[in-house]
Design a protein around this ligand. Structure first.
Ligand code: A2P
Length: 281
């Protein structure tokens, strides 16, 4: 609902969150920008305290569209730069007003683009100071290697945002990214919502997991807090989402306990290698 994002971001900033993960296709960047600007005006934070991540959508992969798309996001946010700008998905859709362009048979209309050329346009955005850093999202190893091995590469992706949580721990990708100094940002760190329109609900709800709950009991923490702690303790950045003030605060209370090596292994063993967010397109 209108205004809920504005309120949630303000509560999050008051709670201590500084990393805000957004995207044009979330249709709430105007509220995120407003929340950040209000908190700056209040004197609670400075712009440089905030780490805002924006995303380049699939319909904007042609190199000539990259900078104008980021400029549009900055205009919506009413900010001068984003801290991180990432390619949201490795595949391109037909450019145009339709976010999910489809043909008369309901099939997605893809677009042939060169990810390396898109990356060069991302590099130009960094050079222009519109993005402090650039990265990618939903890239597999092969797609990362394509960028890393690009002749004349100017900047490596600093991060790869992918689904990552105790039921989908990404051991191989995590190791590859570690070797290349690419930070994994884990989305759906709580196992996301149970919205069947885009979530694979055949995988059981993460937060009901007995191991996470039992470990939580020991530390007087919730399964959600244990799941988040597990990720940050293995070097995975987490971007939990909540519109509920109490849960926004709960998800921040993860810096006053730590999991033992044995508990980390126990949680790692929960990996089912099944995604909640299958991105079937
Ligand atoms: P809500 O907004 O009502 O809090 P993810 O971050 O993995 O995408 O998960 C987001 C989902 O998890 C949302 O449906 C959110 O609902 C819910 N959620 C967020 N924090 C918690 C928490 N601490 N305990 C239980 N559910 C949570």
């Amino acid at each position: 609902p209108k205004g809920s994002c504005l309120e949630s971001v303000k509560i999050a900033i008051d709670t201590g969150y500084r990393h805000i993960d957004g995207a044009f296709v979330y249709y709430n960047e105007h509220e995120v920008g407003q929340a950040i600007r209000e908190k700056i005006a209040e004197g609670r934070i400075k712009r440089e305290d905030i780490f805002y991540c924006g995303k380049l959508w699939n319909t904007c992969h042609p190199p000539e569209l990259v900078r104008p798309t980021l400029e549009k996001t900055l205009k919506i946010l009413q900010l001068d730069y984003v801290d991180l700008y990432i390619i949201e998905l490795p595949m391109a859709f037909k450019p145009g007003d339709a976010i999910y362009p489809k043909d008369e048979n309901g099939k997605f209309i893809y677009h042939e683009t060169d990810l390396c050329a898109t990356w060069e346009a991302m590099e130009a955005c960094k050079d222009a100071g519109l993005a402090k850093s650039i990265g990618v999202s939903n890239f597999n190893r092969r797609q990362l290697e394509m960028i890393l091995n690009k002749p004349g590469l100017k900047y490596k992706p600093v991060s790869n945002q992918v689904e990552c949580h105790p039921y989908f721990t990404q051991p191989k990708l995590l190791e590859f990214c570690r070797q290349h100094d690419i930070v994994i940002v884990g989305y759906s760190p709580l196992g996301t919502s149970r919205d069947e329109t885009w979530v694979n609900v055949s995988s059981p709800p993460l937060l009901k997991d007995p191991v996470l709950n039992a470990i939580g009991k020991k530390y007087n923490k919730t399964a959600a807090q244990v799941a988040l702690r597990f990720s940050i303790q293995r070097g995975v950045v987490v971007i939990p989402k909540s519109f509920n003030p109490q849960r926004i605060r709960e998800n921040f209370q993860i810096f006053d306990f730590s999991l033992t090596e044995k508990e980390m292994k126990e949680i790692e063993a929960l990996n089912k290698n099944v995604r909640y967010v299958e991105l079937l397109m």
